[in-house]
Design a binder for this molecule. Structure first.
Ligand code: HEC
Length: 128
């Protein structure tokens, strides 16, 4: 009698344990999926941007609207650093991440479509 009741409790415990394990597994899968989709979208954005050959003039105009407040009217630096020769220090992928990622507050993240991002890159390359 005592052995059968303890094994029933054991079975309950195992069932609960499996249930929790399953829930944890589902939650982890969801996180992984979100991460993967996000990563994939970012990569697609970067590849698309790098395929384009932007215009430095358009990029200059975009820079004057969005960036001069912090990087100065001729990108010589203000709150944010001087961006001359930035393309020697950071590659295009790193610059895209800097501009769209919001990784270094107070610099905000910008939602820029690939064409305009490509224009900005061309402008930054022209600052060498
Ligand atoms: C609110 C102010 C602000 C605005 C607006 C801003 N930035 Fe920045 N940016 C910064 C600051 C501050 C840093 C330095 C971040 C750090 O490294 O800690 C920075 C860093 C950078 C860097 C990396 C510089 C380096 O030496 O590593 C690049 C490239 C850059 N910004 C480009 C841009 C572009 C392009 C825009 C416009 C689309 C822009 N920023 C708009 C404040 C700003």
């Amino acid at each position: 009698m005592s052995t059968s009741s303890s094994s029933a409790a054991e079975r309950d415990f195992k069932r609960e344990f499996l249930k929790i394990l399953f829930i944890v597994f589902v939650i982890l899968s969801i996180f992984f999926l979100i991460f993967f989709v996000n990563h994939h979208e970012n990569n697609k954005y970067i590849i698309k941007t790098l395929e384009l050959n932007g215009s430095a003039e358009e990029g200059d105009a975009l820079f004057k609207i969005n960036c001069v407040g912090c990087h100065g009217i001729s990108a010589r630096g203000l709150v944010g650093p001087d961006l001359h020769k930035i393309t020697k220090r950071l590659n295009d992928k790193e610059i895209i991440k800097q501009v769209t990622g919001g990784l270094t507050p107070p610099m905000p993240s910008f939602e820029i479509d690939p064409v305009n991002m490509s224009n900005l890159l061309k402008y930054l390359h022209s600052l060498e």
